[in-house]
Design a binder for this molecule. Structure first.
Ligand SMILES: CC(C)(COP(=O)(O)OP(=O)(O)OC[C@H]1O[C@@H](n2cnc3c(N)ncnc32)[C@H](O)[C@@H]1OP(=O)(O)O)[C@@H](O)C(=O)NCCC(=O)NCCS
Length: 150
């Protein structure tokens, strides 16, 4: 697939982003993550919480012909969210969004990006220069960091 263009999200995107997040978790996280754990994770964000995320984070969307293929969000030097719609998985959407968000953070002169990786996504991040920086958190995520080249 050609690289999907990226655009900044607005509050009007809340329902679509909510749905992409939900399907992404339920369809892509298992079987690395047990189905019950994926369901619990998906349920952590309601539509109202998604609207709050749109206010709190800088959210970028990868869009293919008007369809949301994935989205990711940052706050300061933290990557707070990254989701690919299942039908676009494995086509470079997540990697391109991650690259875009990292580029924004580098431009803002942060030295590193910090995130918490769910177990299903850990290998994706490790292959992209991230390192685990601590023990599994109480919610079952790995703290990870990627140092930008000096
Ligand atoms: C983790 C996640 C965002 C990855 O998204 P994705 O769009 O499938 O990722 P990509 O396609 O960029 O890369 C995944 C694999 O696809 C393949 N791929 C990448 N570009 C490709 C292309 N152009 N053509 C074919 N395959 C490609 C690669 O094998 C890549 O594996 P690699 O890590 O060895 O390079 C996605 O699996 C997801 O949303 N998971 C559920 C939610 C989640 O876990 N989010 C992260 C929370 S921390």
């Amino acid at each position: 697939m050609a690289t999907a263009p990226h655009r900044l999200a607005t509050l009007d995107d809340a329902a679509v982003l909510f749905e992409v997040r939900r399907r992404s978790i339920l369809e892509l996280a298992p079987p690395v993550m047990p189905v019950a754990a994926a369901e619990a994770w998906a349920e952590q964000v309601t539509l109202a919480r998604m609207e709050q995320k749109l206010r709190d984070l800088e959210i970028w969307i990868a869009e293919v012909e008007g369809v949301v293929a994935g989205w990711g969000g940052i706050r300061g030097d933290c990557l707070e969210a990254l989701y690919t719609a299942p039908e676009y998985a494995g086509q470079g959407v997540g990697a391109a969004l991650l690259g875009r968000l990292e580029g924004l953070m580098r431009d803002r002169e942060f030295e590193a990006v910090h995130a918490e990786a769910s177990p299903n996504a850990l290998a994706f991040y490790l292959r992209r220069g991230y390192r685990v920086t601590g023990p599994l958190t109480p919610v079952g995520a790995w703290p990870i960091t990627r140092q930008f080249p000096g």
